[in-house]
Design a binder for this molecule. Sequence first.
Ligand code: ATP
Length: 365
Amino acid sequence: MAELRLKNVEKVYKGGFHALKNINLEINDREFVVFVGPSGCGKSTLLRMIAGLEEITGGEIIIDGKVVNDIDPKDRDVAMVFQNYALYPHMSVYDNMAFSLNIKKEDKKVIEEKVGNAAEILGLTSMLKRKPGQLSGGQRQRVALGRAIVRNPKVFLMDEPLSNLDAKLRLHMRTEISKLHNSLDSTTIYVTHDQTEAMTMGDKIVVLNGGVIQQIGSPDDVYDWPANLFVAEFIGSPSINIIERGVVDGQVDFFGQKVGQDVIRDYNKKKVLVGLRPENIRIVDGSDFVVSLVENLGSEKYVHLERNISGKTFSIDGDERKNIIVKVHNSLNFKRGQEVGIEVSNTEILNFFDPDNGETLNEIK
Ligand code: ATP
């Protein structure tokens, strides 16, 4: 059982850098929460503050009702798994996993049982005598996980644990960690800059930028109803298409198709930014666009479209110059240079943003 509350948490580093600003967050028992954001957004700092490895400048971190601000890392009942594994190279897998229990002077039999169980869960039983240097990257990361598991902590804290692994192994370990989380009934906080990891692993995603929480929500909420342009563009690959449009009678003109929602009624005669995911656009007959590139991913294709200005009397500026990317099924064929039109396929999920501050005009779930 472990619930975490972060109340008005602040971090100012020596030298004055304000790394985290007014962080408020509730993490429920057994939740898998992912902190995601670009490099330097403060996600590792936040995790390290929860672990007790970094001093808290302001606010409170509360674990199961107890303020832990001044409690030693070893007494917080949390276990951290690092990106670089942090294994002792001269020790066997067994001794690495048993390390914290030996320090606590646990009974030898108990240690044997706990390490044995963790090794079983992680598929490391046959490797307990090896040294870290005799293991693959994925196996080393499993040992690092094992070392955390044997401590039976209230909370697992993981700082980019997969970033040293190759793409295939990352994918494999991603599902391993999710399964592990489920089987241990633990509360897990996982830091990554990879939005795919965040989307696939998290029950709850916390998107950070510039030391400020941008949005907290389920993967679906954050993907479908981003709180602002930053979240919209950070989550999702390829990135969401953003197009500027003027509102007329609560609607915008999307290359001949009128689309709208109640939320933009108040924006009559003003400009809004419309966000459309690449899978929410359909390529149709027409000549508004020219295919500039087709990326074939095997299961699907990303079709890049440029505004077609050949033979047109209008000139285009800024926003209209942006490529539009459309995700299509692999069976559809488009050729570079082909003239096409586009349509919104699901008018229920349209994101509108205020062009001045980038905040969503939609209701946030
Ligand atoms: P990354 O994905 O690159 O690890 P991050 O989101 O985890 O990034 P942090 O390591 O939490 O970012 O750092 C947040 C900000 O605080 C960065 O701008 C960083 O330069 C700054 N920072 C980190 N440690 C210190 C320090 N000891 N003193 C001053 N500033 C620091």
